[in-house]
Design a protein around this ligand. Structure first.
Ligand code: PMP
Length: 394
């Protein structure tokens, strides 16, 4: 039977992730991969989670396995209010909705906010998973120009003068894919602009806790609370497979997100939420986060030194202070797609950067490099190998 005619029109906007397709070869034996985008398994607090599992059954009994309200497990929502206070976000449990990873909040927001044809602005480049979440709702993307300090505020202002935007989606800290962080001056400027033009920002912040050096910068949510929906997650500081993320949204939006979530999954796993609540309430994160940072910091430093030591001088790269990624760019017009296949032959993988642009003609000379999944020695070897391939292709 053919099923094609059964598909909804919007389904045609969903496409298998091109990145997934090209990364199929990455698991070949002997391959060293800088292509990943996931936390190191050694960063998961396994013994703590084992103990917490016993504790939550003592404390909550069957409640940790029962259906719960859509908004989220109340003890976790209370902990999240405290957690974001460290970031200067002052909220209350009413504004917090727990979601199955921040990914499912992106989907819920797409569902609630986007009407076919609506204009939404995203960074160029941006997080592919957000585009995957928004695509079925058929928006029109406008690409926000960025540089080494992130979104260029004057470009946003210009865009707002010309277009009516449904929202602006940005990842201001240790961005995926670039590792860039929006400077404090620019955050203030963007806060001013969105208040002046009365525009909504979705601020996606999965990485700010992974700061390995430099001074923290406040989220835009702290600077323009009424104009920002803030998305957080425990995926990078606890365990991604538990699927615990959250959104902090002004009440008029939060109530629709909750209705959308009722249709999506009723609520996020009670068991995962109870674990997360105790992880935060018991102060375990305070002890565990420094261990994650100590694991990743030398990896980030190793990548930076190896790029400095081996990469061809025609290339430039970002100098992140945290997160999981570096972004490198070759000379304008150098297509890194064929280079990718040459790198694969040489048993080293990266992600070609063009996949992170909504306009695929952009970014052909760029690449994303991940440093969380390999140790320092492997990173150095991989960067040297990749540099050899790049030099041969220049
Ligand atoms: N936003 C960004 C920018 C990400 O990089 C990721 C994960 N790679 C997510 C959201 C989704 O994370 P999760 O659903 O695990 O919270």
């Amino acid at each position: 039977m053919s099923f094609d005619h059964l598909l909804a029109d919007r389904t045609r906007n969903m496409s298998a992730s091109a990145i997934r397709e090209i990364l199929k070869v990455v698991s070949q034996p002997g391959m060293v991969s800088l292509a990943g985008g996931i936390p190191a398994p050694q960063s998961f607090p396994l013994p703590i989670i084992r103990d917490l599992a016993a504790q939550i059954f003592e404390k909550y009994g069957a409640r940790a396995l029962q259906y719960d309200v859509t908004e989220g497990f109340q003890p976790l929502r209370e902990q999240l209010v405290e957690y974001v206070r460290q970031q200067n976000i002052h909220t209350n449990t009413e504004e917090v909705v727990v979601t199955s990873g921040s990914q499912s909040m992106l989907d819920a927001l797409g569902k609630v906010l986007i009407t076919k044809g609506d204009k939404i602005a995203v960074e160029a480049p941006t997080y592919v998973g957000a585009i995957t979440a928004f695509n079925p709702y058929e928006p029109q993307y406008l690409a926000l120009p960025t540089d080494d300090d992130g979104v260029i505020p004057s470009a946003l202002e210009e865009m707002l003068k010309q277009h009516k935007l449904k929202f602006v989606y940005i990842i201001p800290t240790f961005q995926n894919p670039t590792g860039r962080t929006l400077s404090l001056e620019r955050r203030k400027e963007i806060a001013r602009i969105i208040q002046q033009y009365n525009v909504l920002v979705i601020e996606d912040d999965p990485y700010s806790a992974l700061r390995f050096k430099g001074d923290p910068v406040p989220p835009i949510k702290a600077l323009a609370p009424e104009h920002v929906i803030y998305l957080g997650t425990l995926s990078k500081v606890f365990a991604p497979g538990l699927r615990v993320g959250f959104g902090i949204a002004p009440e008029p939006i939060r109530k629709w997100v909750v209705l959308a979530k009722q249709g999506i999954d009723l609520h996020t796993s009670s068991f995962s939420q109870a674990l997360a609540a105790e992880f935060l309430a018991g102060g375990y994160l305070k002890d565990h986060l420094p261990k994650i940072i100590e694991l990743y910091r030398p990896r980030m430093e190793a990548m930076l030194t190896s790029l400095d030591d081996f990469f061809p001088q025609e290339f430039t790269w970002t100098r992140p202070e945290g997160g999981m990624f570096f972004w490198a760019a070759g000379p304008k017009g150098m297509d890194l797609d064929p280079v990718y296949w040459k790198a694969i032959e040489n048993k080293v993988a990266f992600v070609p950067g063009k996949y992170f642009f909504t306009d695929r003609s952009q970014g052909i000379e760029t690449m994303r490099l991940n440093f969380t999944m390999s140790n320092e020695e492997t990173i150095r070897m991989a960067v040297e190998r990749l540099a050899g391939v790049l030099k041969s292709c220049l």
